[in-house]
Design a protein around this ligand. Structure first.
Ligand code: URA
Ligand code: SF4
Length: 204
């Protein structure tokens, strides 16, 4: 893939970046998707949260983390005493990758590493524009996009990581909590909340 670099304007204005992302053809994921889903939230946010890619609902509504994973994330943020309104929420990949099943439902497909790499210039531009103190990496795709391909959530979740001038904390993806068996789901949710608390504790 050619990558997003030539589509990213030289600006720190998030609205200009989001507008330009609508024209991105840096990989093939733009074509079947309905919308680009750029990050959303406060330009002055001290905490940035990074997911994998938009899901079905996010693609329809052109907003990050508004579907089932977003509802669970909101609950976890609230329990960790983090106000989502003062964060900036985005994804490693800005277009929804899916396959069609037999019905109307579109089935999420994990992005290739080459697609994550193609989209990386948008994430870098968001990091420059928001300049957060703390970055929360939700799941392996986000964590590996920013910490490198050998990063393992299982081994390093909840640790305080360095990411340029910022600190970072990696944790499980909210969708992984949703997929956890009933018997284990509360514990998985509590683990997400605990890692979010670590991140909140890093805010100065
Ligand atoms: N999963 C993600 O990683 N991001 C979203 O925006 C929604 C679901
Ligand atoms: Fe561009 Fe990223 Fe969409 Fe690919 S996924 S077209 S790189 S915005």
């Amino acid at each position: 893939f050619p990558g997003a670099a030539t589509f990213v304007p030289d600006t720190l204005d998030l609205d200009d970046l989001a507008m330009s992302a609508r024209e991105c053809r840096g990989c093939d994921l733009w074509e079947p998707a309905e919308h680009v889903v750029f990050g959303a939230g406060s330009a002055g946010a001290r905490m940035m949260l990074v997911g994998e890619q938009p899901g079905d609902q996010e693609d329809r509504r052109a907003a990050p983390f508004v579907g089932p994973a977003g509802i669970l994330l909101n609950r976890a943020l609230a329990q960790a005493d983090i106000d989502r309104e003062v964060t900036y929420v985005t994804n490693a990949v800005k277009h929804f990758k899916f396959t069609r099943g037999s019905g109307p439902r579109r089935i999420h497909q994990k992005p290739l590493r080459s697609e994550v790499t193609a989209c990386h210039p948008w994430l870098q531009a968001e990091l420059r524009a928001v300049d957060p103190e703390v970055v929360v990496l939700l799941g392996a795709t986000a964590a590996q996009a920013l910490m490198g391909p050998s990063f393992r959530i299982g081994a390093s979740r909840g640790e305080i990581l360095a990411l340029g001038d910022a600190k970072a904390v990696a944790t499980v993806h909210p969708s992984a909590v949703l997929r956890t068996d009933d018997a284990e789901r509360d514990a998985a949710f509590d683990g997400l909340v605990a890692d979010l608390r670590v991140a909140a504790g890093l805010l100065t």
